[in-house]
Design a binder for this molecule. Structure first.
Ligand code: CS2
Ligand code: MN
Length: 348
């Protein structure tokens, strides 16, 4: 397991100087953030990121994310141009030493929550998804904007996108994903870069937009679209695991045994009775997922891919990007390291 940490580049309030102080921290997960979706990343920007990371003694070998242009997801005629840029990004990143690229295929919005600063009984804050509040949200009229989302959409563009997705069935999404994979996976293989799709978060349709990377059945279907080890998964326990229908230990066991998990996101969530959820500290007792059981199956299957603590709470007065503060993710990383060390030593 290669422990890694997400970093949002030089404007991230969380400094590489701090990240490197987390015991056993190895890789930095980052991206070029100032290039519009669908365009090629300048070699200089990639080189600059690599240098910043390596100057601190950390490894630059995972990218999260190279975003997929909506025209690809929608199967519009212009998709070929964006697919060509995507391939070029894979090549350029491979030249810079990247071994794994995380991306997602969610229409329009990335992860969705109803509140980013929900206060827990201990005074820390977390991200929550309350069903009754989601029903009242209208992304077309509200001033709603979440940090996982591309803030660049104008209201009119959003309306067009919603109209376009309104005509698209889930089967169309599958066709469009297959077309994308058939084009990019051969390039990824040639460049020795593992592609790792991130599950939809939450793993169900939101605002009437179709979502397909949601459950075991669909993960099976996804892996068969292009049955090649370079076509793999970012297994995010908090994304799939916020649905009671997903048995996370079984899912992690199955796909790590198949060698198709290239990147693990470890995060805990507390599933609520009505199907909503609250993100929690990583410790198993704080949420609905059993972190030891998840890490145990990874260990048993000899998992040697990347693994990072995912969203943390805001604790100790830290302010910054919700889900991506330093302190709680560092606690998560240490907790994971402790479990992993125990698994290794018990095995001896
Ligand atoms: C999120 C996402 O759960 C997560 O990791 O923070 O923003 C994720 O990075 C993207 O969906 C990956 O493409
Ligand atoms: Mn994740």
């Amino acid at each position: 397991m290669k422990l890694s940490f997400r970093w949002y580049g030089k404007d991230d309030p969380v400094k590489l100087d701090y990240i490197r102080q987390i015991p056993t921290m190895r890789s930095i997960v980052t991206a070029v953030y100032d290039v519009p979706v669908g365009e090629v990343w300048p070699r200089e920007s990639i080189a600059e990121l690599k240098k910043m990371v390596e100057d601190k003694g950390l490894v630059f070998d995972v990218i999260e994310s190279v975003p997929v242009h909506e025209d690809i997801k929608l199967g519009r005629p212009t998709r070929d141009k964006y697919i060509e840029s995507y391939k070029e990004n894979i090549r350029r990143l491979a030249e810079a030493g990247i071994k794994c690229i995380c991306y997602n295929f969610m229409p329009v919005f990335d992860w969705t929550r109803t509140q980013l600063d929900h206060v827990l009984p201990d005074g820390s804050t977390d991200l929550v998804y309350y069903k009754d509040q989601v029903e009242k949200m209208d992304p077309l009229t509200g001033e709603l904007s979440l940090p996982g989302w591309d803030a660049s959409y104008k209201k009119e563009d959003l309306k067009d996108l919603f109209d376009a997705y309104g005509k698209l069935t889930e089967e169309d999404m599958w066709d469009n994903l297959k077309y994308f994979l058939e084009n990019i996976i051969p390039v990824a293989e040639e460049c020795d870069v593992k592609m790792a799709i991130h599950p939809d978060d939450p793993p169900w349709n939101i605002f009437g937009l179709p979502r397909i990377i949601t459950c075991e059945k669909n993960l099976d279907r996804f892996l068969k679209l292009v049955d090649n080890p370079y076509n793999g998964l970012t297994l995010c326990t908090g994304s799939l695991g916020c649905s009671k229908l997903n048995d996370m230990v079984h899912i992690v066991d199955k796909y790590s045994a198949m060698g198709r998990i290239h990147f693990m996101h470890l995060r805990n969530v507390k599933i609520l009775d009505d199907g909503g959820f609250e993100e929690s500290a990583h410790y198993s007792g704080c949420g609905s997922l059993d972190m030891v059981a998840i890490l145990r199956v990874l260990y048993k299957n000899g998992f040697d891919g990347y693994l990072r603590p995912d969203h943390g709470r805001m604790i100790w007065g830290e302010t910054g990007r919700p889900g991506y503060g330093l302190y709680d993710r560092a606690l998560g990383a240490s907790y994971i390291t402790g479990i992993w060390e125990t698994l290794c030593k018990l095995d001896k």
